[in-house]
Design a protein around this ligand. Structure first.
Ligand code: DGL
Length: 261
């Protein structure tokens, strides 16, 4: 089974992207809603949470792990890969590869939580692959709570998005990486505010393409994954607000099961 975890509900955007290109694969999702957000927490805390989340998914039958959370991917990938002997996917490298492939002028913008931007991981990975690139990063800490409040179409949200993107617009970026689980939900307003000519890279789509290619190249591993079209959704805390956000992220109603961590 493919195990996917996130700090909360936003990672369902990655579930949606995986199901779109790989329908039928059995999935198990864990959203750490009791301890969300990760974006404001220290590196060592996020690493500890990521290890516990992975252990939970493995106990439930996952044989492959997808870290849908950008913040966890930024700081905990090494620790998870060292500790668990199975295919591990993070969302940063696929988004970086796609951004480099897409960008014409190599002026790349990155938005994410404070934790992700502070880690400098996107910059580091972009420059490793394209040292001529110029990377401009901005944390957008208000966007996660706005999505979670369901304020996706409010004018206030549009104003805040505009304000956050202004420095990137001034730098005339040609490509923008959405380095956070929640931002695909705001994609149309982000596109509108940054301008139609800027290519938007959605890390949830990038990682699902990477997983598909990996499974095509590794039939021995692909064979071990069950494909009965089942999906299980676990969360460490449950509220009606989480249920509503889940519906927005996945574009359908789902049953969330509460587990104590
Ligand atoms: N899932 C987080 C991320 O992608 C956003 C929410 C949080 O801060 O926990 O970075």
């Amino acid at each position: 089974m493919i195990g996917i975890f996130d700090s909360g509900i936003g990672g369902l955007t990655t579930v949606r992207a995986i199901l779109e290109i790989m329908p039928g694969y059995d999935l198990i999702y864990f959203g750490d809603t009791a301890r969300t957000p990760y974006g404001t927490k220290s590196r060592s805390t996020v690493i500890r949470y990521a290890i516990e989340n992975t252990e939970f998914l493995i106990k439930k039958g996952a044989t492959m792990i997808v870290m849908a959370c950008n913040t966890a991917s930024s700081v905990a990938t090494e620790a998870i890969k060292e500790r668990f002997d199975m295919p591990i996917f993070e969302v940063i490298s696929p988004a970086v590869a796609l951004a480099i492939e897409t960008s014409k002028r190599m002026q790349i913008g990155v938005i994410g939580t404070r934790g992700t931007i502070k880690s400098g991981i996107y910059e580091k990975k972009i420059l490793e692959k394209a040292d001529q690139a110029r990377v401009f990063s901005t944390p957008c800490p208000l966007l996660v709570p706005l999505v979670e409040e369901g304020w996706v179409k409010k004018p206030e949200t549009a104003m805040i998005v505009k304000k956050y993107l202004l420095p990137l617009k001034t730098r005339q970026i040609d490509t923008l990486i959405l380095g956070c689980t929640h931002y695909p939900i705001l994609k149309s307003i982000i596109q509108q505010k940054i301008g139609r000519r800027v290519a938007i890279i959605d890390s949830s789509i990038a990682v699902s393409n990477t997983i598909k290619t990996y499974l095509d190249d590794h039939p021995d591993i692909e064979k071990t994954l069950s494909k009965e079209g089942r999906a299980f959704f676990f969360v460490s805390d449950i509220t009606t607000q989480f249920e509503k956000t889940a519906e927005i992220a996945l574009k359908r109603k789902i049953d969330l099961t509460h587990v104590e961590m």
